[in-house]
Write a protein that binds this ligand. Structure first.
Ligand code: Q9C
Ligand code: ZN
Length: 360
């Protein structure tokens, strides 16, 4: 299996985040990427072929099919504007947000102070923007774009279900059209979806894509981006009532022409183990098959693991290859993208488990 990565993804390395009101060491560390990369490259059967993306690949047009131009421009300028204003060198962090209960909001974000803009374009306290953040998030999106291109190329020539892994980091599924949060700045999965759909401009019909989000957390950004789009089916298994707290209910089923193209499958915190998880994954698989997509994009988080430091499901390591095997049974060209997972000791093993299970 091809694994697309970029060393530039390691650059984003904020010292701290605010967790339960307290500054703590940043959980979404560059070491996460190293762990996964090492687990895959040390595979005794050498099943994984690591390929570094060309850092010169211009992906701005691909990003702008998902994110608003003002948001991307904000991300690019946020750190320098912040420092110029006298902000801490540790990075941009908001302090006040435009709460929905306090409208109207008539001010132009372009004319706001850097700290005001930070709140305008972010929804929580886990997305500091450091000097190197923009370069890393662009590299992460570049990995997603390149992996999507390679999947399209490979799908034209193979009979067996084809899979590629995009080693994206920082992750993406919490990032919306114009907002960052939850360690996510650019929605790598959404950017990849649009690349898959636009890869063959002459195609008679626009390819349909299903996103299977198996990160522990609800992918509120992915849901928002595709909420009224019937060409993308989003299905998520996630913890009910945990972060990001305000989305992920089963009544959120899409709107307009996207009605019934969004499926949330919340699961209980603390008690969800392997068997309940796999049974729910089967429901997601059934819904994906009913949608009959041309491609599958998997938001692959392994923060469902029993000892994850910020999550509370009870999955064990052998479950991950069973998850991968069920994804393969869908028989679709599949693009896996890395999302969450914070238990460093088993992170590589668990991600590799899913991919091993898919390969069979
Ligand atoms: N008490 C991903 O897994 N902080 N993002 C959570 C919980 C942010 C997780 C606080 C967690 C974001 C991609
Ligand atoms: Zn997560």
């Amino acid at each position: 299996m091809l694994v697309v990565h970029s060393p530039l993804c390691l650059l984003h390395d904020p010292p701290t985040e605010i967790l339960s009101g307290k500054p703590v060491p940043y959980k979404e560390s560059p070491d996460r990427l190293v762990r996964v990369r090492n687990a895959l490259s040390n595979d005794p059967q050498r099943k994984y072929e690591l390929t570094a993306v060309d850092d010169g690949l211009d992906i701005l047009p691909d990003i702008l099919r998902v994110h608003s131009e003002d948001y991307v421009f904000y991300l690019r300028r946020a750190y320098s504007d912040w420092v110029e204003e006298g902000g801490d060198k540790q990075g941009v962090l908001p302090e006040s947000f435009p709460h929905p209960k306090l409208p109207p909001y008539k001010l132009d974000p372009a004319k706001m102070s850097a700290i005001a803009r930070a709140g305008y374009y972010c929804f929580d306290l886990s997305c500091p923007i450091t000097e190197d953040t923009f370069e890393a998030i662009m590299a992460s999106a570049r990995v997603a774009v390149r992996a999507a291109q390679l999947l399209v190329d490979g799908t034209q020539s193979t009979a067996a279900p084809h899979g590629i892994f995009a080693l994206t980091r920082p992750p993406g599924h919490h990032a919306g059209t114009g907002v960052c949060g939850g360690y996510c700045y650019l929605n790598n999965a959404a950017i990849a979806v649009r690349c898959l759909q636009d890869a063959v401009p002459s195609a008679a019909a626009k390819p349909r894509v299903a996103i299977l989000d198996i990160d522990y957390h609800h992918g509120n950004g992915s849901q928002e981006i595709f909420y009224s789009d019937d060409s993308v089916f989003y299905v998520s298994l996630h913890a009910e009532g945990d972060y990001p707290y305000f989305t992920g209910s089963s009544v959120e089923e899409g709107e307009g022409s996207g009605v019934k193209c969004n499926l949330n499958l919340p699961l209980p915190q603390h008690t969800t183990g392997n068997e309940q998880y796999l049974a729910t994954l089967d429901l997601a698989g059934k819904a994906i098959s009913d949608y009959s997509p041309d491609y599958l994009v998997v938001s692959l988080g392994v923060d469902t693991y029993k000892d994850d430091p910020i999550c509370c499901f009870n999955l064990t390591t052998p479950c991950y290859s069973r998850i991968g095997a069920r994804i393969r049974e869908l028989g679709l060209p599949t693009l896996f993208l890395f999302e969450g997972g914070y238990c460093m000791e088993v992170l590589g093993e668990n991600v590799k488990g899913v991919l091993d299970g898919f390969i069979g």
